[in-house]
Design a protein around this ligand. Structure first.
Ligand code: ADP
Length: 271
């Protein structure tokens, strides 16, 4: 276990700490997972603060952070590394997983289910108590230092049968569920992120919550905190609220004109 000698700085104590408003004891849970060398799985809808949380925690724990946005072409070699031709010579270049293991960093794989299946094969020995990575192409086997941590995220709302985490993979992680913050916290986050007066953020949060209630009926996904931040940014820059709400909170949610009209009515009523 990593000794509890590095006290966690409270939010704001460190000027370059990415701002994160906690909703519960997630910071403590993450810290304990890191100290006890447990990998973490963050579940939750898009734009609800998962990436910000990891950035915040990496800074609080004083670890470098490598983030990889997973996509359907991402292979194990993209994470581990490959030989590259440099000036006529073949040199080995570490991928982010290898680098993070060498440096005792935090590796964050965003939307991990998007990655190719061979990625889970390299992650398995990294996530169990072996904490090892074998680089077949160089013959090297790396043992993760205590400070190394693997964090993955996925959005259960997007998953289908073909793209979901297999039990054999998900049962290697401590899981933390993320949702949108409560309205007061969310308005405070939006105000802090954009500089818009808190009382002008409150109606935006109200609209977003009304739109979230449509999830599963007209929408696959409700308006995220990220979109509220966008709307507030536009308003702060001088745009009329109605135009900002349309561009940032309504248009990104659906392309269907009927659904758009319904969303506009919901937004009007929530104002
Ligand atoms: P995710 O990774 O879940 O898709 P992000 O972490 O990128 O979402 O969050 C999107 C934006 O929302 C952030 O850039 C930040 O502006 C804001 N945000 C969401 N939740 C929080 C929070 N709890 N504290 C601070 N900012 C937040």
């Amino acid at each position: 276990m990593i000794p509890a000698t590095s006290p966690l700085a409270a939010n704001g104590d460190t000027p370059d700490l990415p701002f994160y408003a906690a909703s519960g004891d997630e910071c403590m849970l993450f810290e304990q997972a890191w100290r006890n060398r447990l990998p973490v799985l963050l579940k939750g809808p898009t734009g609800c603060g998962k990436t910000r949380f990891v950035a915040h925690m990496a800074a609080r724990l004083g670890r470098p952070l490598y983030t990889v946005a997973c996509h359907d072409d991402l292979t194990a070699a993209d994470l581990t590394g490959r030989h590259l031709l440099k000036g006529g010579e073949t040199v080995w270049a570490d991928g982010p997983l290898t680098r993070a293991m060498r440096e005792g960093a935090i590796l964050y794989l965003d939307e991990v289910v998007e990655a190719r299946k061979d990625v889970t094969v390299v992650l398995h020995p990294v996530t169990d108590d072996r904490r090892t990575l074998t680089l077949e192409r160089t013959g090297e086997t790396l043992l993760a230092p205590p400070e190394f941590m693997l964090v993955v995220s996925y959005n259960p709302g997007y998953q289908n049968v073909l793209k979901s985490l297999k039990p054999s993979t998900r049962q290697r992680f401590v899981a933390m569920e993320f949702g949108y913050p409560d309205p007061d916290t969310e308005a405070a986050i939006v105000a802090s992120e954009t500089g818009l007066a808190p009382d002008r953020c409150v109606p935006l949060v109200r609209i977003a919550n009304a739109l979230r209630d449509l999830k599963g009926q007209d929408l696959d996904e409700g308006a995220s905190t990220r979109l509220i931040v966008y709307a507030a940014t536009l308003i702060k820059a001088g745009m009329k609220p109605a135009a900002a709400i349309d561009a940032a909170l309504l248009q990104p949610l659906s392309d269907d004109p009927d659904v758009q009209a319904a969303l506009a009515r919901v937004a009007d009523l929530a104002l």
